[in-house]
Ligand binder design. Structure first.
Ligand SMILES: [Zn+2]
Length: 199
């Protein structure tokens, strides 16, 4: 059994009080608490908040373990007060199958620091052409409920409609990268300027 007594901490911005945590659960809140078995942490000047959730995280694994891993990202999240992170799908390979999302989910469990919830791709390879295995990802051990082609817009309205209809069956969410590619593509022609002094 682990116990922590955080003293004089402002719980969600309220007046300072004491907070007793036993086995990771808030057991008591109130001024002047005592718990001889607890490790005392001075919380003066600090604010206690519920665990934060990051809905848009890039853990880079699999594929770019040189930049970040599920373990290192989990560690950074925990240090920042996050208890859950949603891992974006633009890994290599892309998280567009049950196999990849389960891998990320399992690595998160193994790291054991925060809840790592994989976000599945909406389309195969984030390419915006064919729907990814939305149902298989939802049914997998990772229980994916959020899908996004993060960084890429699902620009085909018919494909988006099918994705929205599909995820309705299991109360899923499609998070769109809101960018209309026809308005943001590079200009087709470059203006050539005459050199100075020329006619
Ligand atoms: Zn992103």
């Amino acid at each position: 059994m682990t116990a922590y007594l955080i003293t004089s901490v402002s719980v969600v911005g309220a007046a300072p009080t004491d907070l007793l945590i036993r086995d990771g659960v808030v057991a008591e809140v109130g001024p002047g608490l005592s718990a001889p078995d607890a490790t005392v942490v001075d919380g003066a000047g600090l604010v206690a908040l519920p665990g934060l959730v990051d809905l848009h995280t890039h853990l880079r694994e699999p594929g770019r373990e040189d930049a970040e891993t599920v373990e290192s990202g989990s560690r950074a999240a925990a240090l920042g007060g996050y208890t859950a992170v949603c891992a974006m799908a633009n890994t290599s390979p892309v998280a567009d199958t049950a196999g990849v999302v389960e891998q990320v989910w399992r690595l998160g469990r193994e790291a054991g620091l925060v809840d790592v919830q994989p976000i599945g791709a909406v389309t195969v390879g984030l390419a915006g052409e064919r729907l990814a295995e939305l149902g298989a990802m939802a049914d997998s051990a990772a229980r994916v409920r959020i899908f996004s082609d993060d960084g890429h817009c699902v620009a085909d309205p018919k494909l988006m409609r099918r994705a929205l209809e599909y995820v309705k069956a299991f109360d899923g969410i499609i998070a769109q990268h809101a960018e209309e590619p026809r308005l943001t593509e590079a200009p087709r022609c470059t203006r050539v300027r005459s050199p100075p002094g020329s006619a």
